[in-house]
Design a protein around this ligand. Structure first.
Ligand code: SF4
Length: 352
């Protein structure tokens, strides 16, 4: 298979025509601004478009500009983010908003270099913001774009390799439409999301690049793009406690760094404890157990790890310095990670 990089140039015009007719109507595109593009792109990392739309609208209704975002409390921000997961994204948005207010007069900077210096903004997001809002000719290269480009030019190299990504980025910096770079990036995003679909199932009949696409011509859509196999996720067993005391429920604050940093969680320990070991664990925390029973299991998948959780609901007495006891109102207003969704529901029922 001979790579045909010129296909990226050939795609430019038909791609923009196709986009004019078939673009997705998305709330952040309707009244575009650097702030709206930024927030939407951060929300879209690891999350599907349809899931993001209601979050984005709720977020914009309450935090319509960078000043509102910089001034909101972390608790409220996490509550608005609850369900989207990957809370470090929200934390970085908050830190970046404060920097934009203090160092850039409340305006996002217009260049990729300056945007890249803000917390949570990488090459892809910086290029999306700069091209869509400031007409910078910067390709926003993510897995979607790489998939389309690798098929179109017939590239069999591993697209997860950083050198290969850089080569694609350099070439796309030339192939991008210099007059409408934001449109070109959004058109590529839409083509990848709606036509050149992953897992060997592209809808080539609807594609503006069909007449010259190498993967289509040589029937290689099932094998391109090539990706090195992902590292397997590590499974981690945990035992989670829904503890009740005098009509309140216990929560624990996670450490300042690492997975789900600083968020509230149900007290939990590593391992799959049987009832005897669970009672012993509670005694080690200084709690007297009045009643304890299993309350089901749950799984939650993070990027590199899967929690396999087993729960106990227990009526206890005594105190433990690490626990915070809360009532129904606090349970509803605090952002508790989705990983604990099953246990949050159980706690809610306990507090009725
Ligand atoms: S013709 Fe098919 S494989 Fe080629 S870019 Fe279009 S959708 Fe993707």
């Amino acid at each position: 298979m001979k790579e045909q990089w010129e296909n990226l140039d050939l795609l430019r015009e038909p791609l923009l025509d196709w986009y004019a007719a078939h673009r997705r109507i998305l709330p952040w595109r309707e009244q575009p601004s650097p702030y709206r593009t930024w927030v939407s792109e951060i929300m879209l990392q690891q999350t599907r478009v349809t899931a993001v739309i209601p979050y984005f609208e709720r977020f914009m209704a309450e935090l319509p500009d960078v000043y509102a975002l910089s001034a909101v409390s972390e608790d409220r921000l996490f509550k608005l983010w609850e369900g989207l997961g990957y809370y470090s994204r929200a934390r970085n948005l908050h830190r970046a908003a404060k920097m934009i207010v203090s160092e850039f007069g409340g305006e996002l900077p217009p260049t990729v270099e300056a945007l890249r210096k803000l917390p949570g903004i990488g090459d892809y997001t910086a290029s999306a913001i700069a091209s869509i809002n400031f007409a910078a000719a910067e390709p926003a290269v993510d897995g979607n774009l790489l998939r389309v480009a690798a098929r179109l030019v017939g590239c069999g190299d591993d697209i997860t390799d950083s050198k290969v990504k850089k080569r694609f980025r350099d070439i796309m910096s030339i192939s991008i439409d210099r007059g409408q770079p934001g449109q070109w990036n959004q058109a590529m995003m839409d083509l990848g999301a709606t036509v050149c679909l992953p897992n060997g199932a592209p809808l080539c009949a609807e594609c503006p690049g069909r007449s010259f696409c190498v993967a289509y011509r040589e029937q290689l859509t099932a094998v391109l793009p090539v990706r090195a196999e992902k590292r397997k996720r590590r499974a981690e067993e945990r035992t989670v406690f829904v503890l009740q005391r005098n009509g309140e429920i216990a929560l624990h604050q996670r450490p300042d760094s690492g997975l789900l940093a600083k968020l509230m969680e149900f007290p939990n320990v590593l391992g799959n404890l049987d009832e005897g070991a669970a009672r012993l664990q509670l005694a080690q925390w200084g709690l007297d157990v009045r009643d304890l029973s299993p309350c089901g299991t749950a799984r939650h998948t993070f990027t590199h790890i899967e929690w396999q959780m087993k729960g106990y609901v227990a009526e206890v007495e005594g105190s433990c310095a690490d626990l915070r006891w809360i009532g129904r109102k606090d349970l509803d207003s605090l952002a508790i990670p989705t990983a604990f969704r099953v246990f949050t529901e159980i706690a809610r029922n306990c507090l009725v």
